[in-house]
Write a protein of this length. Structure first.
Length: 113
């Protein structure tokens, strides 16, 4: 299983960014897909995840600013982030649970003040 993420980059405070992640390979039923992030010197935290039946969970620090959606036919999950803050700066990792957990390579999001 491979997870290919795209969409990271540099954005100003208050701006928006969209991340996408597509799963490929030996896929069966993807139970959950989502995004986590890790800032320098900090632990990896949940940003958002979505289950196979569309149930979403958001991290407390991003609630109201982030929306996760999923195209099951394309094995793709999209993260729309709005009203970005400097504290959102981190490496964002795509995650999928398909019998076991898989991680993407990470994409850097930098929010300038």
């Amino acid at each position: 299983v491979q997870l290919q993420a795209s969409g990271g980059g540099l954005v100003q405070t208050g701006g928006a960014l969209q991340l996408s992640c597509t799963a490929s390979g030996a896929l069966s039923y993807i139970v959950t897909m989502g995004w986590y992030r890790q800032a320098p010197g900090k632990q990896r935290d949940l940003v958002a995840r979505i289950s196979g039946n569309g149930v979403t969970t958001y991290g407390d620090s991003v609630k109201g600013r982030v929306t996760i959606s999923r195209d099951s036919a394309k094995n793709t999950v999209t993260l729309q982030m709005n009203s970005l803050k400097p504290e959102d700066t981190a490496v964002y990792y795509c995650y999928a649970f398909i019998g076991q957990g898989y991680w993407g390579q990470g994409t850097l999001v930098t929010v300038s003040s």
